[in-house]
Design a protein around this ligand. Structure first.
Ligand SMILES: [Fe+2]
Ligand SMILES: [Fe+2]
Length: 156
């Protein structure tokens, strides 16, 4: 019997995939730009980029499993980030907030369409995105509270 595939689920999987690839670009860009000045932060940003890439990979695998093609042409192009820690951390908090919202929306669609496998995948990734959001918020708070002292001790 052919597998029942929901167009709505495939659509949100592609949207999420596109977003993940965009965020990989943004974090990788920040990783490169901070490498000399803030090596420890740069390493964290590289790890984030790789983690987001793994999300994209899982989403692509799911789209393929559902017998559909990943929409490669729709990748978001990252805006060049400014090398100001507070500014780009604020941008990252926005990206992670959007991710949390979008995965929650995806989970809702999966429930409505009865696609438990896609829902499970989105729930796993949502937990990562909530952690990213929390990490970025905490880092920004620490930088704002302790300033250069924190940056010198923890990010260089
Ligand atoms: Fe992600
Ligand atoms: Fe994330």
């Amino acid at each position: 019997m052919p597998r029942k595939v929901s167009d709505r689920v495939v659509k949100i999987l592609n949207t999420l995939y596109t977003r993940e690839i965009g965020v990989v670009g943004i974090y990788m860009d920040q990783h490169i730009r901070t490498a000399d000045l803030y090596p420890k932060l740069s390493k964290k940003l590289e790890e984030s980029a790789v983690e987001e890439m793994k999300h994209a990979e899982k989403l692509a695998e799911r789209i393929d499993y559902l017998g559909k093609t990943v929409q490669f042409e729709k990748h978001a192009v990252p805006k060049p980030s400014v090398l100001d820690l507070s500014t780009f951390l604020r941008q990252n908090i926005e990206h992670e907030n959007e991710a949390v919202e979008l995965y929650n929306e995806g989970i809702k669609i999966c429930l409505e369409e009865g696609d438990g496998g896609s829902r499970l995948l989105m729930e796993k990734i949502l937990a990562d995105e909530e952690r990213h959001l929390n990490d970025s918020e905490t880092l920004l708070e620490l930088i704002e509270k302790f300033g250069d002292q924190y940056v010198v001790t923890h990010l260089i």
